[in-house]
Structure formats: C-alpha cells, structure tokens
Ligand binder design. Structure first.
Ligand SMILES: C[S@@+](CC[C@H](N)C(=O)[O-])C[C@H]1O[C@@H](n2cnc3c(N)ncnc32)[C@H](O)[C@@H]1O
Length: 297
C-alpha cells in the first residue's frame, strides 16, 4: 500500500473556516493524502460530498485505496487545480480548500527528485501533466534567467553565483541528480552545519516552484474561483511562500466577490510547529463569496 504519511497542516483551522455541513458540495484542490478531504467528509456527514483533485497520480491511488469513493461521497480527478472547472462541470460548490505546495510523501520519495535529503534524478515534477523536469529546466535557462528564478522563488541572495555554479556543473555533465544540485549550491554557500537548515533549501524550493509553475497555477485558480463558489460559500487557502500568500491576500481583498473572513493569516500553533516542522511557514486565509450586485447600465 502506498504511504499515507502526510501530516495535514492547519487541519482544524481550515475545516472550521469552511463550515462544512450535511448536503454540501466541496472542492479539495490539493487532495494529497486526503487529510482535509477526510475532515470535510466527516463534518458534512451523512451526505456532504467532496470533489477532490490532485495532479499526482500516486496521491489519487493512495486515497482511492484508503477511502474508496466513501459511499459515493468522494469524486477524484487527476487534474491541475487551474482546471478545476472541468471537474465541476458547471456545479457550484459550498466550499473550497487549497493546501498548496508538496506533500511529505512527494518530498520523501527519492525518485521524485524534490529534496536534497535523498539522492535521486533531478525531476521535481508533481505530475506528468508537467512537461519539463528540473534537469531540463536548468539546461534550458541561461545563467541570468536561472539566477532570476532562484532569487524570485527562493528569495536567495546568492542567486547569481549559485546559477553560475549550476551551469558550470551542467557543462561538465555533472548535473543529473539532486545530490549534484545540492553540491553546486554548497560550493557557493558552504556545507550544511549541524542543526541549521541546509543552504540548498531555497534553491530546491525555487526550482520546484518553477518546474510546476506553482504561482501560475495559483493565479489561474484564484481567477476562476468566483465562478465556482455559490454566494455564502467559503474558500480556505493554505500557502507556504510569501509570493503565494501575497496572491491570495490580493485576490481576497481586491475583488468585490470576496469578503475576507480572516483579517490576518492564521498560522500554526507552537504545538503544531513542534510536532510538524514542515508546517512552520504555513498561512491560512479564508474568504466568503459575496453577493455581487449586478451593475445597472
Ligand atoms: C500539501 S499537499 C496537500 C495535503 C492534503 N491537504 C492532506 O492533508 O493530505 C499538496 C498536494 O497538492 C498537489 N498539488 C500541488 N499543486 C497542484 C496543482 N496545481 N494542481 C493539482 N494538485 C496540486 C500535490 O501533488 C500534493 O499532493
């Protein structure tokens, strides 16, 4: 059986924000190992339903194996969430959850090539709808383009020397694996020190975000949400990166379709951060769909 080891972040807070109720229809944009989906199904028993998406077939298989179709209450779709409207096929939902980024099983599987903690091929794709691997991306981009990606998505100050170090390794035929990518970063920033985050963390994050077009996906989802949520319905988005949180904040504040329920983002408790260090950078924002009056001509 596929691993179910993903600890759901801000579980109670996101479920409470959505106010699931019996008879409701909900959209989980980021199924992962089904943590939020399970919470919504339990809170909307006996007949609430969830349409859940993931671009990762491994996640869908794991949840199908664990939950089945939950007595007809769970519908699974292999789709990037920018295409959520295709799964809904015109249905309006009472709530949407999006728990962005990657799951622990994705990070922990060396074959996915997402982490410097395990040596594996330089892949980083969340699903096979993503065309270009990280290996192909670092070959295609010029030094300055690669530096921009590392600076923007990784907030890495040493982006230029790191990009040059990566491109030198590419030219030498030594940029095939995650260990070689980490090595190229360590050549610039030094080796990891005990008890400190690995200096390669920011570069790995940046390339993963670029490979999966994570910000483009989020922008397209936010633009589509008003047409998928019924008036009074709720949206809960958990982000892990300041650029993501900024997009969510502006979408909820700058659009008459939304009333922000959370004035400030909700963050994990100290207890959750201690139990699950991957939750540390999480921010949850919740908004409610407003009744936007038709403009009179
Ligand atoms: C943080 S995990 C979600 C964990 C889930 N809430 C749980 O409790 O098990 C993010 C999941 O969303 C998926 N994902 C990320 N971006 C996606 C996108 N643009 N479209 C569809 N799925 C995406 C990933 O493949 C991953 O399985």
């Amino acid at each position: 059986m596929a691993s179910l080891a993903h600890e759901t972040v801000l579980f109670e807070e996101a479920c409470a924000g959505l106010l699931p109720c019996a008879g409701g229809l909900y959209l989980d944009c980021t199924l992962g190992r089904g943590g939020h989906t399970r919470g919504i199904l339990d809170r909307s028993a006996p007949d609430g339903r969830v349409v859940a998406l993931d671009r990762d077939p491994v996640a869908l298989d794991a949840v199908r194996e664990a939950f089945g179709d939950d007595a007809g209450r769970l519908e699974l779709h292999r789709l990037p969430f920018s295409r959520a409207a295709e799964a809904l096929a015109g249905r309006l939902v009472d709530g949407v959850v999006a728990d962005l980024g990657v799951s622990s099983p994705q990070l922990d599987d060396p074959a996915r090539g997402m982490s410097f903690r395990h040596d594996g091929p330089l892949d980083m794709r969340m699903g096979d709808d993503v065309d270009e691997t990280a290996w192909e991306l670092v070959r295609r981009l010029r030094d300055d383009e690669l530096a921009d990606v590392i600076y923007q998505y990784g907030e890495e100050r040493a982006s230029r020397p790191i990009a040059r170090s990566i491109k030198r390794a590419v030219d030498a035929g030594a940029m095939e694996t995650t260990a070689q990518l980490a090595e190229a970063v360590h050549r610039v920033l030094g080796r990891p020190r005990f008890g400190k985050p690995d200096p390669a963390t920011r570069t790995f994050q940046a390339l993963r975000i670029a490979v999966n077009d994570e910000l483009g996906e989020l922008e397209r989802l936010l633009a589509a949400l008003p047409s998928m949520v019924r008036v009074g319905g709720r949206v809960a988005v958990i982000s892990f990166h300041s650029l993501e949180d900024r997009l969510v904040k502006h979408a909820f504040r700058g659009d008459a379709a939304w009333h922000p329920v959370t004035k400030k983002p909700v963050t994990p408790s100290d207890e959750e951060c201690a139990r699950n260090p991957r939750s540390r950078s999480a921010k949850l924002r919740v908004a409610e769909r407003c009744d936007v009056e038709e403009e009179t001509p």
